[in-house]
Design a protein around this ligand. Sequence first.
Ligand code: PA5
Length: 434
Amino acid sequence: MENLRFNYQSSLPFITQQEIDYLSPYTKIASEALQSGSSPGSDFLGWVKMPFLYDTKEFERVKIAADKIRNQSDILVVVGIGGSYLGAKAAIEFLSHSFYNNLDNEKRNGPAIVFAGINLSPDYLNDLLDLLEGKDFSINVISKSGTTTEPAISFRVLKELTESRYGKVGAKDRIFATTDRQKGALKQLADQEGYETFVVPDDIGGRFSVLTPVGLLPIAVSGANINALINRALDAANTCQKKFDENPALQYATIRNILNRRGKAIEMLVSYEPRCQYIAEWWKQLYGESEGKDGKGIFPASANFTADLHSLGQFLQDGTRNIFETILNITKPKRDFLLGEDVDNLDGLNYLSGKKLSYVNEKAMQGTLEAHLDGGVPNLIIDLEDASEHSLGNLFYFFEYACGVSGNLLGVNPFDQPGVEAYKKNMFRLLGKK
Ligand code: PA5
């Protein structure tokens, strides 16, 4: 994990070494439970060893399908929700040009990638249909269960559109299904229609599935190097087996639990790079669904700095003191920007002439960190070397492992999500589903 460093110095004024010494043996036990398969939710631990046991044949098929989609489409529509959506969205936003979908085809060098099945909004669906008018497109429908309402509704509409545009036979070349190996409505439909399918392994839950074809196919379509992603996840999986002092994931899991026991009920994941916005959305699902149960859990929230310093800044500095912050810090931008001199200096900014914008961003981060510490907000820092596939492979596995350990420390089963069913039950009753 050499391109990811975890630093908890800025939480030390709020906790004691004694608390770390007390909790770290339990962290070790939690980690051993993940490694040995004895953790609660042991049927869903496939992701722990997955980087070592990768199905290389399927991996090659993912790359071939991605090339085919890239060659035949102006737009890829990814249909999926929750864990079948957020990982791919997070990776593509993190790795790509900030205006990826808006670039012209030549500059983008790959199809635009849009997402469907993430809501039940008629406006969103109609607008998507407008977008597809006159464009060549492919569909990657992703659902482990194969029965989730939001993607199922969107896919029914998109399947019909694909068939009317390209014919039944043509649609087979344009629809790719990622679902269970054997069961579920989507698997049945895909087999019947002859779509190429990719597997969501039985023992990997949605929110831990980004490094399976669930995430890898759309990520590869964006032109990202999925070999690097998987290789670095493998390095991270090795590091996660090390002892506390050499293991950032164990440290992160431990410190956030100590802070929680100190009354910090909310963790705010913040970043000064907008490309991290959906990493935070993915992280919120990972930690929210894994830990928020049995009346326990740390509420995962996020903010995009510096933008949100102009909205949430006041609360963070001065509001209810039940928050700690975790900064996701990308230490090197893809491209820096040198600030120039203005002869008139009407905006008074010449004191920054000759400075890089990354330097200004860094000072904003340091200034905010100091202010928030003064205001009573403990801070944890995850330093990532850059916004590359190498760093991201590390980061994904780091967060997943720390989440598994942290859920164990909280005394919950991190791998189920019984609470998600409650709204569905009511919705189906109200809709008259038999
Ligand atoms: O993490 C999870 O298990 C969930 O968020 C699921 O990914 C989400 O509900 C979508 O489920 P499915 O892939 O079965 O359509």
